[in-house]
Ligand binder design. Structure first.
Ligand code: CA
Ligand code: CA
Length: 400
């Protein structure tokens, strides 16, 4: 029996009524009673994401603004606006329109924001790239041809873009039409060269991609989603250090690093925190041994992470429970960790029932509880992005 079946709403109700009744209902299902700061306060709405009907997939705080990303590159929607909200007033600023279908990871490097153009609305051989305010004002850097650009990283003076490309030179890269590729620029983003490429040994190469990338202590790491001749998934982590690439065999834990959401890869100290659905762990590039640097966390399997973020030596993961008895559907969950393994539940923010829907099985209108799909922390404030395209804030919780 889930929370809906336990009788949250017994008669047809309008959305406005649900909002009013929620405050009454929450204490019934909370355990323990929620603290005042666990009811998030609305900061503002990403109106472009709301118009598109999209959830907010990543948040980033920089320069007194909360940036949020959205889009749907499966549905080929877009263009997408890179919008931000003032942390003090909640006022929205449309910084830039990207002629692409989706923005995912928002990377903050030295206080500046970078957003990769995941699926540019441009020919695969046209130069595309990323939006950034690194130069002082917001611009789109049409850097170099990509099919998809999933992530961006910087190490020292070098900038890296990860994604997929049309194979520009079969004599050099092999016969497949597409490559998982990482390109590098040493001149601030003006000129680019392929610095690492991989391709499947058999079958289609259309989904050969680097989906994420991490800059860790002078190194850059990524894993290509490609398959060998037997159809087995690649388990080699590619690591760039001191101008050359090496590979680490991730062993049986390779699947932890082979996920499609760059928003759920963040760097915590020397570790790359990886989180998706019901598995979370880290890769420590400084660890000795063949696969000794890969560790699974203690997060319960019934917790589904939607986004992770790192602030001041703490990684945070926001998500929801998706199985188990006694699940409180009126709450999302935030876990936090300082070491990447031992996570503690630090907040249970109440969600906002924005709509209702008709439950055919129960024959009644029941609340459609919104979920938080993205997270950022800045100082004493935690920001939560919702599946209603709104950004909320609560006090940043204490972390043991
Ligand atoms: Ca697409
Ligand atoms: Ca994130």
């Amino acid at each position: 029996m889930n929370a809906y079946e336990r009788g949250l709403v017994r008669t047809p109700v309008k959305a406005a009524v649900v909002v009013a009744t929620t405050a009454f209902l929450i204490p019934v299902f909370s355990s323990p009673a929620i603290a005042a700061d666990e009811i998030p306060v609305l900061l503002g709405t990403n109106t472009s994401a709301a118009a598109a009907g999209d959830v907010l997939t990543d948040l980033a705080v920089a320069g007194g603004q909360v940036y949020s990303s959205y889009g749907d590159y499966d549905a080929n929607t877009g263009p997408v606006d890179l919008n931000s909200l003032s942390v003090t007033t909640g006022a929205l600023t449309k910084q830039l329109t990207v002629n692409g279908e989706e923005l995912k990871a928002l990377r903050v490097i030295d206080g500046k924001v970078y957003a990769a153009d995941v699926d540019p609305k441009a020919p695969w051989t046209a130069p595309v790239g990323y939006a950034t305010n690194a130069g002082g004002s917001w611009t789109y850097n049409a850097a170099t041809p990509f099919q998809h650009v999933f992530d961006i990283a910087r190490s020292g003076s070098e900038i890296f873009l990860a994604g997929s490309v049309v194979n520009p030179d079969p004599a050099l890269y092999g016969p497949t039409p597409d490559l998982a590729a990482i390109k590098k620029s040493s001149d601030g983003g003006k000129t680019w060269t392929i610095t690492k490429a991989r391709a499947s040994a058999g079958g289609s190469s259309a989904y050969d991609r680097y989906y994420w990338m991490a800059a860790v202590g002078g190194k850059v790491a990524a894993i290509a989603e490609v398959r060998d001749a037997a159809g087995n998934a690649n388990r080699l982590l590619d690591v760039y250090s001191g101008g050359r690439w090496t590979s680490i065999d991730l062993g049986r834990l390779f699947s932890l690093a082979q996920r499609h959401e760059p928003t759920k890869y963040e760097v915590l100290g020397t570790k790359i925190i990886l989180s998706d659905s019901n598995s979370t762990g880290y890769i420590d590039l400084n660890a000795k041994g063949k696969t000794g640097g890969v560790q699974m966390s203690n997060l319960p399997a019934s917790f589904a992470s939607r986004d992770i973020t790192v602030h001041n030596g703490v990684a945070y993961s926001v998500g929801n429970w998706f199985s188990g008895t006694g699940i409180d559907m009126t709450k999302n969950v935030v876990f936090a960790t300082r070491d990447g393994v031992n996570w503690t539940q630090v907040a249970t923010p109440a969600v906002i029932p924005a709509t209702t829907y008709w439950d055919h099985g129960g024959g009644e209108m029941i609340p459609n509880y919104g979920e938080y799909t993205s997270i950022a922390v800045d100082g004493a404030t935690m920001y939560l992005g919702g599946d209603d395209a709104k950004v909320y804030r609560i006090s940043a919780p204490a972390v043991p």
